[in-house]
Design a binder for this molecule. Sequence first.
Ligand SMILES: [Zn+2]
Ligand SMILES: [Zn+2]
Length: 492
Amino acid sequence: MAEPESPAFQVIVLGPNGGPREDHVTGLLVRSTSMNWVPGSVVAVDAGTLLAGIIRILKNFLPDAIDEQKRMTEGPFKGLQLPAKSAEANAAHIFREIIGAVLITHPHLDHISGLAINTPILEAGSGPKPIAALPSVLSAIKNHMFNDIIWPNLSDEDGGAGLLTYQRLVEGGNTRFGMGDTRGYVRACNGLLTKCLSVSHGHSKQRFHPESGIHHRVGSTIFPPDQYMLSSRAISMDQTDGSFYSPARSPHIPPSVSGPKESMMASVESSAFFIRDHHTGREIIIFGDLEPDSVSLEPRNKRVWEAAAPKVHTGRLGAIFMECSFSDSIDDSYLYGHLCPRHVAAELSVLAAKVMELRDPASHDKKRKRPASGFGDNTGSPLSPRTKSRSNPSFERSEPRSGDVRAVDLPNTLVDRIDSKDFAGVSDTVSWENADPLPLTGLSVYIIHIKEGLDDGPPPEEQILKELRAHAEEAHLGCQFFIPDPNQGIWV
Ligand SMILES: [Zn+2]
Ligand SMILES: [Zn+2]
């Protein structure tokens, strides 16, 4: 984690965990080093921890680490000029003036609680602070958080206090903006651009309806069973609703998961933010919570890896921040939309394969065997779900705890992807064990959202890091794994 010679980004991880402690939950700050801490030059990505994390860090370095110009001389905020004396007042200054916008990956409490509690200290006079996210995420925040019931309406919509403004992002990037490499990217803050891709994070009985702009219970009148029967978007049905299951249209869902007791579910939407330094063209990716494509009802990670691979290939992508909530001891049926080391490695193997295809496009079609990488058990294999469901008779999902569901409806584009031969995720066409350098060499992977252990045992971080490094070696990935320390800045 040493500072590289000319880093483009600095990332400060305010909240490295995914609970259960409320004061360490997910929140990061990102800035372009070229902007020198000018106002609006930092973007917060998720805000489970925000002010409390900034105050905690400042207190570790104040009042000693400050020079005559009131600039910090040490720590993650090194170089930042602080106008006040106390850590609290300086943290308020950072939130009001230096943080230009807040990006939210998904509306779970551990990613937005700090923002909700902190927002009253914003000042209407300096204009509303933008919160940028996918429409489904902002809909949830607007209707279920800043709704004058759970918390005051502090937004500038529907007669609110005007401290925040919702900036609805176009999934996959807004192609009306940017040219060439920056096509689809929009401004995140001074010096940084961003593009957001959606990913899946478990499933729920609530689904976002783009026309009404709110979430509805799946199976409500907004989504009557007949609509699924007739809609070209529908691919699988709950038999208790008198509907059908079509293996031909949903090859990735093993028949074993579509039982008569299951009801309709929708995939929970989370996000991956590509963040680009305008000055250098370097990029990082920050994922919200996500699940592996191999167990997902709506696998979408592969799209992120396809977008990332050319950036790894050209050396522009320096780091990925992704969750790894549990160690490998977790069973797939208890992941609840999260990752563990075997799945992190399997996902990164998909990226590695894409990078190898770019290095040698001709090799893509030669049916060569890729390195064996079972990652300790059959559930974490980077083989596609389709492959598993056909070739491995023992592949059965464990019954969910509360008899919940596996049926799902998928957008057309996904059905097309599933139907294409290419869906095979990491296909058996790419091999790289002798690649020099290994495909993800130079890429740093920072692990966030680890669920803290509150018992007397060793911290889960050690075990997770050990498992990740073992899988990465076995799969010949070449990337480095780190667990962020909030008291050290990360330079990329
Ligand atoms: Zn979370
Ligand atoms: Zn979550």
